[in-house]
Unconditional design. Structure first.
Length: 390
């Protein structure tokens, strides 16, 4: 690999998940010769995930780039509740870990000064360098720490737990669009729904999701439950291609991203750049990636830049509202009736839903989401105490 110019700033990305992948792609799109190094402790970047997003989550400046990395897309999707079924006319898309990893690996391999180091344990992260487990020091002008969420002991939260199986069926499954929420299933452990993504006429992802006050997830029982729900819908598997599962925080206290004065820049879940009420992080990760690409020539000036400060303030404001909604959900509504909250949400106009998912709700949107008849089982007293209803 050719040596970069001695005046070319180096960007060092710690962690090989979604946030670092999007930063790498965005920076190299803006500056193909950028000096960029991505560190990942596993054997390959990306992990084992399916990242989903709405078309409205993507900034105009990054639309072409995101279109180029999107693996599956649909013009609309369905939702189903005991008292409401709806087709939502919002574009929906997904990217798998393997797909994104291959694209980032190819892009870095084609760039003169970009590289990826895997099987790489990080001992410490500083504003201008990283020390690896063996003692090697790597210097940089901007260090981005995107290694995943840190547990905030002061934060009270619920959890989004999910277990999914990607199936190759032995006949055409007949599903033509995603079902993002099917809450007609039995309500267990909180608000529960099934999530179905059709990838081909004979391949689909079926995921069982629960918004719970407990983080426990016993994989064997969940696997059995997902396969049972799949069989009820006629999805007879010829093969289970892969599985994925996880537990995402849904905090109702604490704060959003911190306005930093110096690096390392904490990004992704590490920096609280995620949507507290959905667990999704794609739009936030895109906004951070776009910001870094704008400052790649002078990364030391990032923390004093007005666009950085503006982004953090905006994310903080959005996070406060989303955390407030989580508080109402987990502390004010009984588990058996939490589905009514989401049934009501999917009665909103599509432009309100689009801004909510993008983490860009307006004052008018907030009023629409809060004003009206409260959901069944809602307790003002319980919500004021801030203690979760299990």
């Amino acid at each position: 690999m050719p040596s970069p110019s001695p005046h070319t700033p180096r960007v060092l990305l710690v962690g090989g998940g979604l946030q670092s992948a999007l930063i790498a792609l965005t920076v190299l799109e803006a500056r193909p010769a950028a000096d960029l190094l991505l560190l990942e402790r596993a054997a390959r970047i990306g992990g084992n995930h399916t990242w989903s997003f709405h078309a409205g989550d993507v900034p105009d400046a990054l639309r072409a780039l995101v279109d180029g990395i999107t693996e599956h897309r649909w013009p609309d999707y369905d939702v189903a509740f005991p008292e409401r079924a709806r087709r939502v006319e919002l574009g929906y898309a997904t990217i798998s870990s393997d797909h994104l990893a291959a694209l980032v690996e190819a892009r870095c391999a084609a760039a003169p000064n970009a590289r990826i180091r895997t099987d790489c344990d990080v001992q410490s992260v500083a504003p201008d360098h990283v020390v690896l487990a063996g003692g090697e020091r790597l210097d940089a002008d901007l260090v981005v720490d995107a290694r995943g969420a840190l547990r905030d002991p002061q934060s009270r939260c619920g959890y989004q737990k999910f277990f999914g199986v990607e199936l190759e069926t032995n006949a055409a499954h007949g599903v033509v669009r995603p079902c993002v929420m099917d809450a007609t299933v039995e309500q267990i452990d909180g608000f529960r729904f099934l999530y179905v993504l059709p990838f081909s006429p004979t391949r689909l992802l079926v995921e069982d999701t629960v918004f719970s006050t407990r983080p426990d997830l016993e994989t064997s029982a969940w696997r059995t439950r997902v396969l049972h729900e799949s069989a009820l819908r006629g999805f007879t598997p010829a093969d289970v291609v892969r599985e994925e599962h996880g537990v995402l925080p849904m905090p109702w206290s604490g704060s959003g991203p911190e306005l930093q004065k110096a690096g390392p820049l904490r990004a992704g879940y590490r920096g609280r750049f995620f949507h507290p009420a959905t667990g999704f992080s794609f739009p936030q990760a895109l906004r951070v990636a776009e910001l870094i690409a704008r400052h790649v020539d002078r990364p030391q000036a990032l923390f004093a830049a007005e666009d950085y400060r503006g982004l953090v303030r905006s994310e903080q404001k959005q996070a406060r509202f989303a955390r407030f909604l989580n508080r109402l959900l987990f502390t004010g509504v009984s588990p058996a009736t939490r589905w009514t909250v989401f049934q009501r949400f999917y009665g909103q106009p599509e432009h309100v839903m689009a801004r909510f998912y993008a983490g860009q709700v307006s004052a008018t949107d907030r009023a629409r989401l809060l004003v009206g008849k409260p959901p069944r089982g809602f307790s003002v007293v319980s919500a004021l105490t801030g203690r979760a209803i299990a």
